[in-house]
Design a protein around this ligand. Sequence first.
Ligand code: IVH
Length: 668
Amino acid sequence: MKQIEEKIEKLRKEIHEHNYNYYVLNQPVISDLEFDNLLKELENLEADYPELITKDSPTQRVGSDLTKIFKPVEHKYPMLSLSNTYSEQELIDFDKRVKDKLKLRGDVEYTVELKIDGVSVSIIYENGIIKTAATRGDGTIGEEITANVKTIKSVPLKVRNFDSNNSPKLFEVRGEIFMKIEDFIKFNKSREKNGLKTFANPRNSTAGTLKLQDPKLVAERPLDIFVYYLLSDDLQLKTQYESLKTLQQFGFKVNPNFELCNSIQDVINYCGKWETKRETLDYEIDGVVIKVNSIEQQKLLGSIAKSPRWAVAFKFRAKQATTNIRSITWQVGRTGAITPVAELEPTFLAGSTISRATLHNFDEIKRKDIRERDKVIIEKGGDVIPKVVKVIEAERDKSSKPVKPPDVCPECGSKLFFPENEVAIYCINPECPAQIKGSIIHFASRGAMDIEGLGESLINQFVDLGFLKSYSDIYLLHKHREELIQIEGLGEKSVDKMLQSIEKSKSQPFSKLLFALGIRYVGEGAAKKIAAAIGEIETLISAERSEMENIPDIGPAASESITQFFKNPKNLKIVGDLKDAGLNFKSEEKKETSEKLKELTFVLTGTLSKPRDEIKDLIEANGGKVTSSVSKNTSFVLAGDSPGSKVDKAEKLGVKIIGEEEFLRMIK
Ligand code: IVH
């Protein structure tokens, strides 16, 4: 038995070593076949002696248990996010803030690292062996994804060079899980071949994979990791640089491009260098992370809300690519506005293949002189819709001609309307199917009637099949239950769920309904104010323009548009039908309000746990006000994840910055 145990232990050691060489160092020393043979030998021995299996055995990467739910776990140290900078000046400002706060005359030492565009993870090791792994979640509480993370071959199950006398018994590492670009393209291609939905970019693909409940499926997908942070109460690390070196010694995969900078100028040079060199990498980065190197200084600097004062992200400019415009098409929106779209030769840019870009309106086409078959530069930043930056005129085909606006609607063929003093072109046929689809999509959307399960593609189908012609038909869909169940891709369960949410939507407040009607210039905010001031639909229908203009923030354009809307008998019929369906056309009694935030002005920045509108409602319901920019009159800046420059401005002006928890305490 002793002999077997020793044999197994030797095999494990060898396999761990080869794994490290292959996945962490990218320097295999044996062939794949030799490696597979070693693994097979270990598997056979463990099959014969299952009592000898240990958690850190290389055979235990892929567990067989399905995860039903990802358990919530509280992070021992909160997972902070970084504030973003976009220019050299903002980096200089950051450096100045650091120096001021530390009361330093000389330069600060920084570690600079590439900002990997993936999904962050926290992994805990106990006695050198992987214990748990969790997602970031809201920074305080994440979800446990241990089984999935263990399948990633570059994540050590067992730490290298672990010395039970000197190494920390318990420590946490943080890093970014990602997919290499090449692996992502291959993976998406195979999904496409199998008729599965493809992912938009490597980051989404990584996030989707980590949410899978079967670790066996995760193991088949090409995930990788770069680790950038080491935390432990038992370690006396002096610098971030030393932390990265220690992580490397422990066998973690650290991105090799980190550097030490002696001044902010060095940092700026590093950012510039990688902005151009990013194309040479086989994974996506979206910037550089700059960290004050000394941990003592980091502690002195502390953090504000959810971001440390000792680190900042420098985000790269939007990525550009050149491609050709195949044609220019015109799309009809819900208001009947016609938008030009450039149909492009598909190009891979910033993690996804782009085949269309919006051209906004006809004026934009004229201004940039964009023509069909032009070679153009396109740009995409973050998740933003791609746009055409400019035409490469030198390469223009001599026979090309300027684009002419259409004179009939591309969807219904009716004559288009060109209002004076406006850049937009409209289709004013109320029966235009594109408009019907667009307006019903808007009606059912989250900010409006919030009908879950009745999304864009179903609405398009239902309009084509004749089930929906106007809003009120939504409330008659239950009569077609049997027919709906027969539609491919639907079924009893999803139809019933949808019908339930349709029923539920009848109790949406009047303000949401008013917004859902899609009256021009009546956005979510305006609808709320009008509903609160006017109270019910009859009063609104008969209201004078001047009455509406007396409502704060409601201007002549909205008042005029509302008047016109209710003059139209077709719209009055729509309102009548919706009323008959039982929808709510009256404002509820004024909500209970408090004066806890009376005379306080808030500015919101970064990603908060709820949509901004909800937070704004909460502030207003408690007597406070929300404005968009920071001034000395701002009482508080409420900062969420990845806050922008508003936080800096607040610091400069001495405005207090708070996080969400503190805010909630204020109104409790
Ligand atoms: S440090 C307080 N270093 O970027 C330190 N983050 O908003 C916070 N990221 O959530 C993180 N590469 O997901 C750090 N070398 C790196 C990084 C990195 C990517 C991600 C991470 C974090 C986000 C910052």
